[in-house]
Design a protein around this ligand. Structure first.
Ligand SMILES: O=C(O)CCC(=O)C(=O)O
Ligand SMILES: [Fe+2]
Length: 229
């Protein structure tokens, strides 16, 4: 698939699944080939590489600022990565290093979300980071007003602070919203999923004991080469 086709798929669906994509290249090289890397390390205060390795871990009870701390091997609910940033990274690339046929990544695509989330409510929905020790920093659910549709959502790290946001949150928690989900399985080495983090929400299915050796690389992109949508 060429970069133009990747951009078209992202524009219409909010995600694209590329099987065995550039298998001889590293995830960093793939990211450089398709777009501009977000260096989340400075902003997030983490010291690891720009390519993170996602590894299923048991629930800890202490790493509560991380998804695995809360959910362990259970399903991760629909969310935007880094939803509590003023501007969350635009794209995330997930790429199988050691794939697992038993584990799905869930994508809640924009077409369905558009159907369920009322635009007027969405436009007036305000959230704030959940950390109560910090000052209230209100931020719109719409990440980018220039795009016809963009949302942020996270059940743990941001909280609704007005009625519109509470109504939108209840839609995202509803059974109808759960039905939107599309399962993508990163099974073989280099199977790749690119998600527009502003246009689609994502999550992860539960990890059964036989799939705890699943390893997925993650890297964020600010832009895709040759695309300004
Ligand atoms: O492992 C996956 O497929 C996605 C995990 C995820 O969404 C996350 O860790 O934020
Ligand atoms: Fe995520």
């Amino acid at each position: 698939m060429k970069t133009g086709d990747i951009c078209d798929a992202l524009e219409s669906d909010g995600f694209v699944h590329l099987r065995c994509f550039m298998p001889d290249m590293s995830t960093r090289q793939v990211a450089e080939a398709i777009g501009q890397i977000t260096d989340h390390r400075l902003l997030a205060g983490v010291t690891d590489s720009v390519v993170q390795q996602l590894k299923p871990r048991p629930k800890t009870g202490f790493a509560l600022h991380r998804y695995y701390g809360h959910f362990g091997f259970e399903e991760y609910p629909a969310h935007t990565d880094l939803a509590h940033w003023i501007v969350p990274p635009r794209y995330l690339v997930l790429r199988a290093r050691n794939g697992a046929s038993q584990v799905a990544t869930h994508v809640y695509n924009q077409r369905g979300s558009l159907r369920l989330l009322d635009t007027k409510l969405l436009n007036s929905a305000i959230f704030a980071p959940s950390n109560v020790h910090r000052a209230l920093v209100p931020m719109a659910m719409r990440v980018c007003k220039e795009l016809p549709f963009s949302i942020r959502w996270d059940p743990l790290f941001i909280q609704p602070i007005n009625d519109s946001a509470k109504k939108c949150a209840s839609v995202v928690h509803s059974a109808d919203f759960a039905e939107l989900r599309f399962a993508v399985v990163l099974e073989e080495h280099a199977d790749t999923l690119i998600i527009d983090n502003w246009r689609a929400l994502h999550g992860r299915g539960a990890v059964p004991p036989e799939a705890t050796n699943r390893r997925v690389d993650r890297i964020y992109l600010d832009a895709l080469h040759g695309y300004s949508g």
